[in-house]
Design a protein around this ligand. Structure first.
Ligand code: PLP
Length: 395
């Protein structure tokens, strides 16, 4: 009999982390691999944030803190929600965890009973379904098509809600497509949700600050009728290039916030004291670099989208935000190329051309692949050339 639990057997390791690891191994073996799999900015954490962390270490800020975040960080988060989203929260409506990932995991552990359903629009961030499974819930995957910009439509939402629906997850701008929901689109979903009073909404806003072409960010808690059943998750990982510091947070109903803290108190306890001090500076300090970095990402997005669309058999929508594109490779899956699935495409691309991307099926939608363009323009130029040559030589 295996020592591994039945619960763990139901889930799989993160496919995006697996691709990044594979690329790392190939590089270590001497191959010139370009990794376009990782979901983290290639920029460094800004100096003022690093200085705040060093000051915290020197000042002895090195002990346990309150389990769900220091008062200083919670206050900075309250200010952020007011300043950027016009949302008012009290201190007992805020929780801080070791990355947005932990906050989401704790949320599901704290709220799901066996058989409770969580609506997950696909393509989705790879961790949502497995986290739901770990917590004993049931992921209800709703495929969102390219023609709808990979976004959930009101009709699909309506159809997917059942008596067992506990949560709907919204992620805008999205990983893996970069698609952002406009205020109008969120209003249309809200119309349905207002009537379905038992459905809670989990808004994952982690890519809030990485957006282009004056795309206006709007989060569903701004709809006053829904705020009381919305948990808004955000963090410093992507906006402030702080993936390694592991700070994420959420704001929402007191009851849920308290339950998340209870789980944290019996698992990891507080997130790192030093990282919390750094996050205070991130949220309260100067914000001007965010725009500059988004501009750099925009140049890369434009280059990648244009390059991909110039390749026969590949089609790529231009996203509003995040640092991903989600092109279709359906035009290359046929008898001539001997490629049947997106996984075949991705495997062969890595084998023949040393470019690591992630298959769309890992995100719940077949026939696509995800490219993270959070890497240098030089790398992107090389990678696009390789993809072009690879596709031209297929079949
Ligand atoms: N949500 C989405 C959509 C993400 O892409 C990620 C990271 O890749 C996270 C949440 C979690 O980020 P972190 O745990 O670094 O805060």
């Amino acid at each position: 009999m295996s020592i591994i639990s039945d619960t763990l057997k139901r889930i799989k390791p993160s496919p995006t982390i697996a691709v990044t690891q594979k690329a790392r191994e190939l590089r270590a073996a001497g191959k010139d691999v370009i990794g376009l799999g990782a979901g983290e900015p290639d920029f460094d954490t800004p100096e003022n944030i690093k200085r705040a962390a060093i000051k915290a270490i020197r000042g002895g800020d090195t002990k346990y803190t309150a389990v769900d975040g220091t008062p200083a960080l919670k206050k900075a988060i309250i200010k952020k929600f007011k300043r950027e989203n016009n949302l008012n929260y009290k201190i007992d409506q805020i929780t801080v965890g070791t990355g947005g990932k932990q906050v989401l995991y704790n949320t599901f552990m704290a709220t799901l009973n066996k058989g409770d359903e969580v609506i997950i629009p696909a393509p989705f961030w790879v961790s949502y379904p497995d986290m739901v499974l770990l917590a004993g819930g049931k992921p209800k995957i709703i495929k969102c098509e390219e023609k709808d910009g990979f976004k959930l439509t009101p009709a699909k939402l309506k159809k997917s809600i059942s008596k067992k629906t506990k949560w709907l997850i919204l992620n805008s701008p999205s990983n893996p497509t970069g698609a952002g929901y406009t205020k109008r689109e969120i209003d249309a979903l809200a119309k349905i949700l207002i009537k379905k009073k038992k459905v809670n909404i989990l808004s994952d806003d982690i890519y809030e600050h990485i957006r282009y072409d004056n795309f206006k960010f709007f989060t569903i808690a701004q709809i006053s009728n829904l705020k009381k059943r919305t948990l808004t998750m955000n963090g410093v990982s992507k906006s402030y290039a702080m993936t390694g510091w592991r700070i994420g947070y959420a704001a929402g109903p007191k009851e849920i916030i308290k339950a998340i803290g209870k789980i944290q108190s019996q698992s990891t306890s507080n997130p790192s004291s030093v990282s919390q001090a750094a996050a205070v500076e991130a949220l309260n300090g100067k914000q001007n670099f965010i725009k500059k970095r988004s501009n750099a990402f925009k140049l890369r997005r434009d280059f990648v989208v244009n390059s991909l669309n110039s390749i026969k058999g590949i089609n790529c929508l231009k996203p509003n935000g995040a640092f991903y594109v989600f092109p279709s490779c359906k035009g290359l899956l046929n008898k001539k190329t001997k490629l049947k699935t997106d996984t075949d495409f991705v495997k062969k691309l890595l084998e023949k051309s040393n470019v690591a991307v992630v298959q769309g099926s890992a995100f719940g939608l077949d026939g696509y692949f995800r490219i993270s363009y959070a890497t240098s323009m030089q790398n992107l130029k090389k990678a696009m050339q390789r993809i072009k040559t690879f596709c031209a030589n297929l079949g």
